[in-house]
Design a protein around this ligand. Sequence first.
Ligand code: FAD
Length: 344
Amino acid sequence: MTHIGIVGAGAGAAAAAFTVDGALPDADVTVFEKSGGLCGRAATRRHGELTYDYGANYLKADDERVVELITETLDDEGLVDVAEPVHVFDADGEVSPGREADEHKWSYRRGLTQIAKRLFGRTDATVHRRTRIETVRRVGDRWEVDDADGATRGPFDALLLNPPAPQTAALLRDAEWDSPVREALVDAVGDVPYRTVWTAVLRYPFSLDVPYYGLVNTDKEHAIGWISREECKPGHVPEGESLLVVQANHEWSVERYDADPAENVAALADHAAEIVGDDRLADPAWTDHQGWRYAQPEAGVAHGPIDSARREGLYLLGDWVAGEGRLHAALANGLDVGERVASV
Ligand SMILES: Cc1cc2nc3c(=O)[nH]c(=O)nc-3n(C[C@H](O)[C@H](O)[C@H](O)COP(=O)(O)OP(=O)(O)OC[C@H]3O[C@@H](n4cnc5c(N)ncnc54)[C@H](O)[C@@H]3O)c2cc1C
């Protein structure tokens, strides 16, 4: 029996596990996820009657295989498509229609995490949550990992690493692995630049009369990069209420990353009120927030060292390997990597 280990349970890992499980039904797939949830940065929280996607906002239809996976292969019950458009705003907060419409803006009534839940749910993979992997080790021609409690897991014939590039680079830097590939791999993975995003979630006991779902700052000169309305996703927000997801731009997010969250939320609510043009938005009834140190890669990774590592049974996967900080790209890369693992 083939033993496959996967570090991280993001969308990429879920797609890879799903593909391996389909192609090699006898393979034993074990997943280690440091957090309590599945789907990584495509993240959903629930609070009372609220459901909200506070990382990735939606899934686009930009990859044919991913579209087929979502609409045909997986159960599409509860899949929702945001109909309202995305408008743009400039450095002065001036809003105008203008962004080319995405063909689809998908989430689920129960949020984007459904993607990984449904993919893993179709496999026999064992998923260990709240299990952070701290050490990666090559033993003979197989792999082992140690978790934060010091337990050794494995051995695995193939090891897949799904964390964002800086976290994968840290694992590789400390890996117990003698290989001519390692140094170039650590350098290539460590070089991937990331955008930081600080997110505020703002709830209001009234509905907003605006024609758009989202607002994006196209000149990247405003402190806010993105604002969207979770009430446009059926099942997310009770009738007659609004829930805004407000994402600060990279510079603002880096500068205020460790500042008092209440002050950050208040500042982002003020910006939202000004951009949307509704003073009431400065005073939300309830709020939540999240800092994303490694929100989205701004470039891909050099592929030479990644291809070399594969020959030793080490597979790297995720949006940064795909070269695009998008959910569909992470899923597509996971499908590719799963096929490669299964074909060895
Ligand atoms: C604020 C924000 C907004 C975004 N907006 C959009 C959008 O609108 N549209 C879009 O398409 N995409 C968007 N994205 C990007 C999208 O979320 C990602 O491209 C996609 O989710 C990446 O999936 P992944 O599988 O590559 O990795 P991840 O989702 O990062 O999964 C990696 C997993 O590894 C786990 N992990 C890390 N280290 C360890 C360890 N040592 N041990 C065990 N587990 C570990 C993490 O907890 C995580 O669950 C956004 C992201 C953010 C943060």
